[in-house]
Design a protein around this ligand. Structure first.
Ligand code: NAP
Length: 240
């Protein structure tokens, strides 16, 4: 049975994988959730990190995942909700409605059920509160119409940050990290990448490490709750 673990969802690639690797390097016990088995998940298993597979877009599989977490870990230091679906809203309304259900489940229902179920097991260290961290997006402040389903469900996760900060105080801090262009998606064309760079004050793709630095600063700071840290090179100010 693990103790004082940090759960990271969506750890099979990119930012989630980086968060797990860096938390492990910094001495935390980590549980890595994934959907698709990848070389990165194999690399985490080779480091001795517990990995758990689950679909987070279906209420039954989310609740099975919660049971698996309760079974393998007696206390949690933090829950980090990173898993996310990212694609433009479909033109076909039936497909868009299916997207809404999926995005709602992964961005809102899964964090809600996991937070609510594991809340009694969350324990901070040295008398300080434990942590819940939602990875959101700068779209929450300045949304992109083509990604309205993605953006509105991420905005729901942002609002959950605020309400759970009230609900779970004083034993648990609840905060968000809101990335901007940290890692381009495969489907981003060269033109879109250039437009994003042109709209980013610091004029670069940030990488996953700045997201980790924001997460670590929240874990280290016992007096911040209900806050959102933008990690976006300033793009929220200049994005059209
Ligand atoms: N990359 C950026 O520049 C950027 C910008 C703004 C916000 N963000 C936010 O930062 C976080 C990390 O970004 P990223 O680019 O690393 O994300 P990503 O590459 O899209 O990875 C997301 C992860 O979530 C998992 N996932 C998606 N739907 C799932 C589901 N229904 N059930 C279980 N797992 C599911 C994926 O699993 P599979 O491997 O099986 O698909 C994947 O491992 C996300 O929350 C994202 O919204 C990122």
């Amino acid at each position: 049975m693990l103790e004082n673990a940090i759960l990271v969802t969506g750890a099979g690639r990119r930012v989630g994988y980086h968060l797990v690797k860096r938390l492990h390097e910094d001495g935390y016990t980590v549980i890595a959730h994934y959907r698709t088995s990848t070389a990165e998940i194999q690399a985490l298993q080779d480091l001795g990190i517990l990995t758990i597979q689950a679909q987070l877009d279906n209420r039954a599989t989310i609740l099975d995942f919660v049971k698996a977490l309760q079974h393998c870990c007696s206390s949690f230091r933090a829950l980090i909700h990173n898993a996310s679906s990212f694609e433009p809203t479909a033109a076909d309304l039936v497909v868009a409605a299916e997207q809404y259900e999926q995005f709602f489940n992964v961005h809102m229902m899964a964090p809600f059920l996991i937070n609510q179920s594991l809340q009694p097991l969350l324990q901070g260290e040295d008398g300080n509160p434990a942590d819940i961290i939602h990875i959101t997006d700068i779209n929450v402040e300045n949304p992109t119409p083509r990604f309205d389903i993605y953006g509105t469900t991420k905005a729901g996760l942002h609002n959950m940050t605020l309400v759970l900060a009230k609900k779970f105080a004083p034993n648990i801090k609840v905060n968000a990290v809101a990335p901007g262009p940290v890692l381009f998606a495969e489907h981003h064309t060269q033109a879109i990448r250039q437009q994003m760079l042109d709209e980013t004050l610091l004029e670069k793709e940030g990488g996953a490490e700045p997201v980790y630095l924001a997460v670590k600063s929240l874990l280290d700071n016992p007096f911040v709750t209900g806050a959102s840290i933008p990690v976006d090179g300033g793009r929220r100010l200049s994005k059209r």
